[in-house]
Design a protein around this ligand. Sequence first.
Ligand code: SF4
Length: 368
Amino acid sequence: MPSTRHVLGISGGKDSAALAIYMSRKYPHLDIEYYTCDTGKELDETYELITNLENYLGKPIIRLRAAEKSTQDPFDHYLQLYGGYLPSSNSRWCTKKLKLEPFEKFVGNDPVISYVGIRGDEDREGYISKKTNIQSIFPFRKNIWSEDVVKKVFSNANFDAINDLYKKIAVTDSNERFLEILSKQISFSFPLSEKLNLLLHIDTRLFNKLVFLYLKQTDYPLAQERDFALLDNEEVLVREDIFRLLEESGVGVPAYYNKCDFTVNDKKGQYSRSRSGCYFCFYQQKIEWIWLYEQHPERFAKAMDYEKDGYTWNDGETLQDMIQPIRMQTIKEDYIKRINRNTQKTKSQYLLDILDDAEGEGCAACFI
Ligand code: SF4
């Protein structure tokens, strides 16, 4: 059996970059392979971030490119195969072909621990591979385990087995309140989420130890490890911590997050891009398209070139229509109104707090 590999994907976004910094600082003994899936259509700022990160880590970030023998960029290669059919949230062939398949080819059949940068203040799961040799771990969260693992470990069907395991570790690590919660079956009035939160709150290390012991009896990649450094990790990292890590390390926040001023009908606003990914990504908000048009006009023109034969990036509106002066004014004014509304609601003065409202949507392989 080959030894377990530890991998960490850099999407070009702030959270995965911060995770690489965090892991290399906190767990320098782990031999982590850093990789990035290059669609050929990222913003220059993303490529700059990857170079900065390589300098910080002191090791290369492996570039994975789909269709590596093609003379075209990976995206263009597959677009041609799909007959010009642009990807969309309902048909996300881009993620599958340009991110997931190259990653799964890279790891092959080796047992792999994949570290994922979902933050402690987010409510989303991230990409979980269907391949059983790939296990995702979430170091920024209190619950470092993936959903499939906790469902399996704490299901009622596993009730006796997990309580028996607890008895074994209770010789040295007993906790009455922990045992009391562990001994309660999941029910309508006591859902799994509540059981998890309580157990994690009472004793995170004990929780992790129990899960790890259980996994030792399974085919999960961690079953092969004698120990796992993250069992003792009780830290929870939220958005402020991510920005701090990036700034302190000198890697810096990806430049597309920098706010730019705009004025529309005497009203002032600020815009930026909220996420990594391809410059033409269909998940971007209308105001981000306008940001692209005004801040990266050559990229916007290229995005427009892809819209042909009735295919568009946005439902019901071409990019050509979107940049008509009246339409642009409306998008900007609507955006300023939304910011003002949300600022009053959240009391936050930070643009990213508003833009990041949509952060949880979309593709976890592209925007972490
Ligand atoms: S960033 Fe958007 S367009 Fe690019 S691969 Fe991801 S989902 Fe597709």
